[in-house]
Design a protein around this ligand. Structure first.
Ligand SMILES: Nc1nc2c(ncn2[C@@H]2O[C@H](COP(=O)(O)OP(=O)(O)OP(=O)(O)O)[C@@H](O)[C@H]2O)c(=O)[nH]1
Length: 333
């Protein structure tokens, strides 16, 4: 197989034209199949604290796993253990197995592995796969950074709507609730620091920043690993809470509000938040509608004296709010 510089350039253009993690993985696989003798390619996410540690994120159309399961697993695990490329020839059908680590974590830790299978892999072909993986790794880092808020490191607003829409799509695709237990549902919580302007004006903006960072730290402590945390903008934050009952959700949220209130912020006294919550149900149409519900509840929490929790569903039931569906293209905040 003769690979020209133009071929490589085309593939780099193709990989870097992608704007989402999943599509870059697919693009990398297509490129490796086109430019190298590899006939089977896998991209796996790696998380040493999760079970299972490896999750397939993208895979070539053909991938025969069962035949050489032990050898494949050994190569992938060794790659993560040693932190370098591993090439091995399987005894069964004399295939070359290559695993390349992808270090796209914040501290340079391995977060993925690219695995390839070929009849034969020469040194320069291994180098080419390694180089393509490096481009993939760099681009993954750029995409990941573009999804994060600069101050807190939480997901930013750009990702929020796509995450909620993903949940709603699952309702549509499955045609029923996400869970077996109908009393459990995902929740959207939108909260805003009470009167941050006064703190900024009296103690300075840097002090205000510090408060936002401390609140972020409390969010990470109180909410579960399965909840998704966002800085929505300014002093507003969003949490998408994993499926649970209203009681469970309310207990966590009240614990969070109390922890924010009880934290010692030095010269800033009585820091508190107001929080609006709404259930993500299968009847919702899009993320903007769901966030709009939580925002209306937050507005009521502020109006009713701040430092409190309000549920959209309760406000509708009590007649304090009228059911209202925001337009798709309305900028709401
Ligand atoms: N320090 C700091 N302040 C910010 C940041 N982003 C937004 N703010 C300030 O947060 C304040 C947000 O104002 P509002 O939410 O309208 O009002 P508030 O003073 O928090 O009072 P509430 O009515 O209780 O929400 C403004 O004064 C912004 O300047 C930030 O990144 N750092």
């Amino acid at each position: 197989m003769t690979v020209t510089s133009i071929d490589v350039l085309d593939s780099v253009v193709d990989i870097t034209a992608q704007t989402e993690s999943d599509t870059i993985s697919e693009s990398l696989i297509t490129t490796v199949l086109q430019l190298t003798p590899a006939n089977q390619v896998l991209v796996l996410d790696y998380n040493s604290e999760a079970t299972p540690e490896f999750m397939v994120v993208a895979c070539s159309d053909i991938f025969l796993y069962e035949d050489e399961r032990d050898a494949i697993e050994r190569v992938i695990k060794n790659c993560v253990l040693i932190g370098e490329n591993i090439v091995e020839y399987s005894n069964d059908d004399n295939q070359a197995l290559l695993a390349v680590p992808v270090r796209c974590g914040e501290k340079g830790e391995i977060e993925a592995v690219v695995f390839c299978k070929a009849d034969e892999l020469k040194g320069d072909e291994v180098q080419l796969i390694e180089g393509l993986t490096k481009i993939y790794e760099n681009y993954q880092k750029i995409i990941s950074a573009s999804e994060r808020d600069g101050l807190t490191g939480l997901y930013n607003r750009k990702v929020l709507t796509s995450k909620i829409d993903l949940l709603l799509d699952r309702f549509l695709i499955q045609g029923d609730t996400i869970l077996d237990c109908p009393s459990s549902t995902h929740w959207v919580c939108l909260f805003d620091v009470d009167q941050l302007k006064i703190i900024n004006d009296s103690l300075g903006h840097v002090y205000g920043d510090e408060i936002l960072l401390l609140i972020t730290a409390i969010m990470k402590q109180v909410f579960s690993e399965d909840d998704i945390l966002f800085r929505y903008g300014g002093d507003e934050f969003v949490v998408i809470m994993h499926p649970q009952s209203r009681e469970e959700m309310e207990s966590t949220v009240r614990r969070f509000m109390q922890a924010v209130h009880e934290r010692d912020y030095g010269q800033a006294k009585d820091v508190a938040i107001s929080l609006g919550a709404a259930a993500i149900s299968e009847d919702e149409m899009n993320a903007i509608t769901v966030i709009g519900y939580a925002d209306q509840a937050l507005y009521k929490a502020k109006q009713n004296g701040r430092s409190q929790l309000a549920f959209y569903e309760d406000l509708i039931a009590s007649g304090e709010l009228q059911s209202f569906v925001p337009e798709d293209d309305v900028e709401m905040f």
